[in-house]
Design a protein around this ligand. Structure first.
Ligand code: FEO
Length: 161
C-alpha cells in the first residue's frame, strides 16, 4: 500500500507539472485568465502531493520522489488543452479508485478514510474541467467569447478545504 501511495504522490506532483506547462502555454498566448486558472490548479495539485507526503510519514513510511516526465508544451487550441486537462483528471480519478480498492482488499481503514477526501475532490476536479470544456465548445474559438471566458477565469480563487 505504501508503495502505491508513494506512486500517487508522484502522480499528483506530475499533475502540478502538467498544469504549469498548460499555464505557460496560455501565458504565451496572452490568455492571462486561462493561465491563472492553470496556476491555481497546479497549486492545488502541489497540496494534493503534500497530503500524500504527510500521510506516508504518518504511517511510518518514507516518501520517495521519482523523475518527472516532461510535459507537453503546446496544444492545438484552448479547447484542446482543457480537454487534455479533463482527460487527465479522469485518469487520476481511476488511480484514486484503484487505491481505494486496494486499501479495501487490505482492510486498511485508515487509508480508505484518507482516500475518501480524494474521491470527493476528484468529482469536483472533473466537473470544473468539464464545465470549461463545454463552454469552449460553445464558443468555437470565437475571439470575443474566448476573451470573455479568459476574463471570467481570471476571477478564480482558491477553494477553502
Ligand atoms: Fe490531484 Fe487534479 O487531482
Amino acid at each position: 500500500m505504501l508503495k502505491e501511495l508513494n506512486d500517487q504522490m508522484n502522480a499528483e506532483l506530475g499533475s502540478a507539472y502538467l498544469y504549469l506547462a498548460m499555464a505557460a502555454y496560455f501565458e504565451d498566448l496572452n490568455f492571462k485568465g486561462f493561465a491563472h486558472w492553470m496556476k491555481l490548479q497546479a497549486e492545488e495539485e502541489f497540496e494534493h502531493t503534500m497530503k500524500f507526503y504527510h500521510y506516508i510519514f504518518e504511517r511510518n513510511g518514507r516518501a520517495v520522489f521519482d523523475a518527472l516526465e516532461k510535459p507537453q508544451e503546446k496544444w492545438d487550441s484552448p479547447l484542446a488543452a482543457f480537454e487534455a486537462a479533463y482527460e487527465h483528471e479522469k485518469y487520476i480519478t481511476g488511480r484514486i479508485h484503484n487505491l481505494v480498492r486496494l486499501a479495501t482488499e487490505e482492510n486498511d481503514y485508515a487509508t480508505i478514510s484518507f482516500l475518501n477526501w480524494f474521491v470527493d475532490e476528484q468529482v469536483e476536479e472533473e466537473a470544473s474541467a468539464l464545465e470549461i470544456v463545454q463552454m469552449l465548445k460553445q464558443l468555437q474559438d470565437h475571439p470575443t467569447g474566448l476573451f470573455m471566458l479568459d476574463a471570467r477565469l481570471a476571477q478564480r480563487q482558491r477553494e477553502k478545504e
